[in-house]
Design a protein around this ligand. Sequence first.
Ligand SMILES: [Zn+2]
Length: 136
Amino acid sequence: MDELSIHPPMNEIIKILLQLQTLEINGHAAPGQEKLAAELRAKVPPPVLAHYDRLVARGKKGVALIRNESSCSACHISVPRNVVLTLMHNADVQLCESCGRYLYLPEPTPTPTPTEPVAPKKTPKARKPKAELQTV
Ligand SMILES: [Zn+2]
């Protein structure tokens, strides 16, 4: 299993599979995307790629999102907590027990920064006539 160490981290591999999924239709790269698809494939460990290809060959998508950190978005079966935790730590790739797809967690959404009040622009407004200011 040492050969895995030369490959990108597991979460990267899933990202690559996701990219591949968008490039390929039924396992065939879209026209003009063959080179990119081949480059992506070269980065994926062969056993992972082989399983991915088997899924695709069966007309499935190879990768499925975990919804709410709890269920497979493809087959809606609940995903064991330890699987979710493994993915959170990028420790390993995980397969859905039900549909066999590679599971991935959505990118952590950055905590929304409170929208700061935009500083008023210094474009000079139409000045009020001086006469009016004096009356205030
Ligand atoms: Zn599933």
